[in-house]
Design a protein around this ligand. Structure first.
Ligand SMILES: NC(=O)c1ccc[n+]([C@@H]2O[C@H](COP(=O)([O-])OP(=O)(O)OC[C@H]3O[C@@H](n4cnc5c(N)ncnc54)[C@H](OP(=O)(O)O)[C@@H]3O)[C@@H](O)[C@H]2O)c1
Length: 256
């Protein structure tokens, strides 16, 4: 589908790239010639992933908590020292736990907002200031969630992702003068490690609620991400594209 050397000479950072959707994005970028950094909190998972990814292409990892600005700056410094530039940022790290809205505690609410909204912002601003703005070039893809009709069952994360959805539009406009494109990908229910955080009864039979009658794959999210990060999307910015089998348009997501 894509040219074999599409991302040759490109340096990419995929947060949360050790598992699931982020891993698939890192793998596809490597297959198309990029050098890829993956970053998340648990070193063991990063090491396991990087050993496999290095069989495909040049890949480095760094332990980083996107909620911690010092940790994020340290990641930027490492990329600067090793490669001197960054071309692509994929903000994929994130997570949430299902809960009825009335049961979400203050701590739980703040934890999810801090991870999925603030963390994404810290990484985005840091990488833009360190690389994209001085370079006058860069592509950012934010992985969010299908929030088209809200997301009953994860009010905290839906609110955070709506923030990132809106940030995508704002930054696309503000940073167009630096030739930075900012887009978002909104996956529906994807067969990925992230689903382990949901009780099986919540997921069982969920494909019936999706017009295409199946869950998405991590590769299907990765292909869209690469398209938006790459030259074929050179005139696309401020856009959120859904990869959800039509789920945003029809059907209850979860029985509450
Ligand atoms: N699977 C789905 O159906 C689905 C649908 C829509 C959207 N999404 C979103 O897509 C993204 C990837 O999901 P996935 O299914 O691949 O789940 P996943 O395997 O749980 O991936 C999330 C990744 O983010 C990292 N992470 C979480 N908090 C972090 C933090 N504070 N700092 C740095 N890294 C952090 C995790 O690693 P550590 O725990 O080691 O830090 C993990 O590698 C998530 O944002 C998820 O919410 C998933």
């Amino acid at each position: 589908m894509f040219e074999a050397n599409l991302f040759q000479q490109k340096i990419a950072l995929v947060t949360g790239g050790a598992t699931g959707i982020g891993y698939a994005i890192a793998e596809q970028l490597l297959r198309l010639g990029a050098k890829v950094y993956i970053a998340s909190r648990k070193e063991e998972k990063l090491v396991q992933a990087v050993v496999k990814l290095q069989e495909i292409g040049p890949c480095e990892y760094q332990v980083c908590d996107i909620r911690n600005t010092e940790s994020v700056q340290h990641l930027a410094d490492t990329i600067k020292n090793h490669d001197g530039r960054l071309d692509i940022l994929v903000n994929n790290a994130g997570g949430q736990f299902p809960s009825l809205a009335e049961d979400i505690t203050e701590k739980g609410w703040n934890a999810v907002i801090n991870n999925n909204l603030n963390g994404t912002w810290y990484v985005t601003q840091t990488m833009a200031k360190q690389f994209f703005i001085p370079q006058q070039e860069g592509a950012i893809v934010n992985i969010i969630v299908n929030i088209f009709r809200g997301f009953p069952g994860i009010a905290h994360s839906a609110a955070a992702r709506a923030g990132v959805d809106n940030l995508t539009k704002t930054l696309a406009v503000e940073w167009s003068k630096y030739h930075i494109r900012v887009n978002a990908v909104a996956p529906g229910i994807i067969l990925s490690s992230g689903l382990d955080n949901y009780p099986p009864e919540m997921i069982q039979g969920i494909e019936r609620t999706i017009p295409m009658k199946r869950l998405g794959t991590v590769d299907e999210v990765a292909w869209l991400t690469l398209f938006l990060a790459g030259p074929m999307a050179a005139y696309i910015t401020g856009e959120t594209v859904y990869v959800d089998g039509g789920q945003r348009l029809w059907g209850n997501m979860f029985e509450l």
